[in-house]
Design a protein around this ligand. Structure first.
Ligand code: 5AD
Ligand code: SF4
Length: 440
């Protein structure tokens, strides 16, 4: 049996896609391997969101090229966003690439593998308006047996001006809610205790059948009803679409985690307009106030882009001040990276120097470190329900888990196992982790 090795770059969505690819190849007579040295076929599932993400993959492809020199029968495939964006260019840039497959063409992989076995190159980068891989049961890769992702929709039509995703992942489409609930139930039956529902903009999940609509809040409720012991998370929310109904649903269901990732990108209305985010600073703040009103202990994280076209120091300071207002618990922070063919690449110059972007980014990172530390310090003395996820990497006699708020807690091992729920009292913290003691 030929062995397939899959390496994943980028977001959680890519992790979930690799698990779909794993299921497709297994069903078609291939075996998955976690050892690169055993592989007959290597797939790299790629990300195009920033230039450095693509560069990392290109460097990796060069390494695979060396590997292929030693093992000429090795086949190399590029999957995902870079496959969609660069298409045939990948064959030219890297002679060792045999297969190029876009995000909507994974079902075609067995055919493409048949073609390359004849010594030709093969590609399928067709985008689809319907494909959701709905009935495919993913093979869980890189799993702790407790947490898993479920992809609930694909594509994005928001066209934020800086973003390449609408071009690489195509039109937005939702997956039949019954297959999502069934996947959650199967995971629970197998011992999983936490699932994250994934989509580029989960708030616009919309399944229509016989004139009846199912929205994201309704879907969340159905998934939460699988079992009170199943924690439900979701990612990512677009601030323009997050609804009061969803926030009230989170507040009402104890197993929907009190954690919302709400990417702000910038605190300046001018920048937000240019980014085509379709909300103002004030509207974003209103959504935050609504979250805090209904779910007072909700943790909130965000994405921030620094140094977008024309960003002034005033705009930058507005980002710093909105961070203070919200008091984010966590943030993913990036220098703006101009992506070819996006609206911003066509309309707006990339006019902030790398040095200046990095200087602003450093301030944002420093601000977030302080906010995370403050947020963790506020937890000292409080008690949290923690789902145990694994052994601490640093210390043999400690375990770690997460609170509903998605904060990592380290505590002493005892007679406990991964997947158990326990109560922990927080005794100390760093800016990145909580330290606690199990409540007897
Ligand atoms: N440059 C920098 N960051 C970007 N993101 C998306 N596109 C770009 C870009 N061109 C960030 C956004 C998004 C996250 C997934 O990646 O913050 O929310
Ligand atoms: Fe990109 Fe905006 Fe879609 Fe997110 S919502 S994937 S940032 S276009």
């Amino acid at each position: 049996m030929k062995k397939v090795y899959i390496e994943t770059y980028g977001c959680q969505m890519n992790q979930s896609d690799s698990e779909i690819v794993g299921a497709i190849v297994e069903k078609n007579g291939y075996e998955l391997t976690t050892e690169l040295s055993d592989a007959d076929i290597v797939f790299v599932n790629t990300c195009s969101i920033r230039e450095n993400a693509e560069q990392r993959v290109k460097n990796r492809l060069n390494e695979f090229e060396h590997l292929k020199k030693k093992k000429p029968s090795l086949k190399i495939g590029v999957l995902g966003c870079m496959a969609e964006r660069l298409k045939d260019e990948l064959f030219i840039e890297n002679k060792s690439v045999d297969i190029v497959v876009g995000p909507d063409a994974y079902r075609d992989i067995p055919n493409l593998l048949d073609e390359v076995s004849l010594g030709v190159k093969a590609a399928n980068v067709l985008l689809s308006e319907e494909e959701t891989y709905s009935e495919i049961i993913p093979v869980r890769l890189d799993t702790n047996g407790v947490s898993a992702f479920i992809s609930i929709m694909r594509g994005c039509e928001n066209f934020c001006s800086y973003c390449v995703v609408p071009f690489t992942r195509g039109k937005e489409r939702s997956r039949d809610y019954r297959t999502i609930v069934k996947e959650a139930q199967d995971l629970f039956d197998k011992g999983y205790r936490e699932i994250t529902l994934l989509g580029q903009n989960v708030n616009s999940y919309n399944w229509i059948e016989d004139g009846k609509k199912t929205n994201f809040a309704q879907l969340m409720k159905m998934v939460a009803e699988v079992s009170p012991l199943l924690r439900v998370r979701f990612s990512t929310s677009h601030p323009k679409d997050i609804s009061q109904e969803l926030i009230q649903t989170i507040a009402a269901c104890s197993n929907i985690c009190n954690y919302i990732h709400l990417p702000v990108q910038s605190g300046s209305t001018n920048m937000l307009k240019k980014m085509n985010r379709k909300y103002t600073r004030e509207e974003y703040i209103q959504k935050i106030d609504m979250i805090k009103k209904y779910i007072p202990d909700c943790s909130i994280s965000t994405d921030i882009i620094t140094g977008f076209s024309g960003e002034t120091l005033l705009d930058h300071n507005e980002t710093l001040s909105i961070m203070d207002y919200v008091g984010y618990d966590y943030a993913f922070m990036f220098n703006y990276s101009q992506r070819p063919n996006t609206i911003a690449a066509k309309k707006y110059p990339d006019d902030i120097s790398l040095q200046e972007k990095s200087r602003r980014l450093e301030q944002i990172i420093e601000k977030q470190r302080e906010l995370s530390f403050q947020s963790n310090k506020r937890d000292i003395g409080k008690e949290f329900e923690v789902l145990i996820e694994g052994k601490s990497k640093r210390s043999e006699d400690k375990l770690y888990g997460r609170t509903s708020q998605n904060k990592v807690v380290i505590f002493n091992k005892q007679d406990l196992k991964i997947g158990d729920y326990i109560y922990v009292i927080i005794t100390d913290c760093t800016s990145a982790t909580l330290i606690g003691e199990i409540k007897m």
